[in-house]
Design a protein around this ligand. Sequence first.
Ligand SMILES: Nc1ncnc2c1ncn2[C@@H]1O[C@H](COP(=O)(O)OP(=O)(O)OP(=O)(O)O)[C@@H](O)[C@H]1O
Length: 326
Amino acid sequence: MSHIVVKDLSKTFYLSERTSGLWGSVRGLFDRKTKAVQALKGISFSVEPGELVGYIGPNGAGKSTTIKILSGILVPSGGTCLIGGRTPWKDRIQHVGRIGVVFGQRTQLWWDLPVIESFELLRDIYRVPESVYRSTCAEMIELLNLESLLNTPVRQLSLGQRMRCDFAAAMLHRPDILFLDEPTIGLDAVSKLSVRKFIKSLNQGHQVTTILTTHDMDDIEALCDRVIIIGNGEILCDGSLAKLRSQVSSRRYLKIDLKTDQFQFETPGVSVLNQEGHTITLAFDPLQISAATLIQKITERYEVEDLFVENPPIEEIVAELYRGAR
Ligand SMILES: Nc1ncnc2c1ncn2[C@@H]1O[C@H](COP(=O)(O)OP(=O)(O)OP(=O)(O)O)[C@@H](O)[C@H]1O
């Protein structure tokens, strides 16, 4: 049975429109105009237990709105959502006890308290039994290398250190579902790697069902077998990275290092994308010519030092899908 089932979920925000100037403000007191923003236009998807799904889309697409509804913070305008049999905004108390949420832009730790005291407060709020708290806390301290940070007030932590503590805080009550909203935003390369390693170990070791929103395509490549792309409040694509690639373009690249810089090659389905000295990048359509045939044709005519076939970078594919969604 699916862990998360979302059906026809919609959310409309109503914003009051202000007219500029003093007269506009006075008129607004009597004649208030509102504007509807349809953040979600009936989205549906389901997530199986233990899946790690990337949820991506351009700015304003509806990602945070979805995560807020799934975590019970917002009530949708229409549609249904069942998570482990619970409706998040109706069964809020049971629901928050089963989920962990990490927002990259916000912390759930107490700014002025040492990290360990925030952990203890969360233990009390979630009513985590002492033995479970002790063993989970010890595991998180070890996995995230937190020992030296425990007595530091949160405000004195670097962003990377704070994110590691936030991950531990989100796991203290042993949730079986994690919602991660931009968990690597603003982190340096080393911290990003350690956060990714941690997300992977939670998902694989503890079978935590995870939905991850991110603008960092390296997060997606490193972590997600499946991606859901949302644009303008609608789901544009749902499937594996391979499906995503094939939906947008079948184009692939062949990069070759030749002994010569004299290169002339014309074959249907193949174009020279770039040449820098002895290194040439060809784009080819595998439906017109296979990689094996292309390599054979080139090696018949040129002495090749090195070559490799590449898929288009995921950024390129996602940018193409986003363009269609704006
Ligand atoms: N509280 C709110 N009141 C009014 N409009 C809102 C509110 N929250 C979100 N919106 C609007 O809903 C739409 C979707 O916003 P949302 O924050 O879900 O996008 P997002 O995909 O998370 O974007 P980003 O990548 O920039 O964080 C946007 O048009 C946004 O302006």
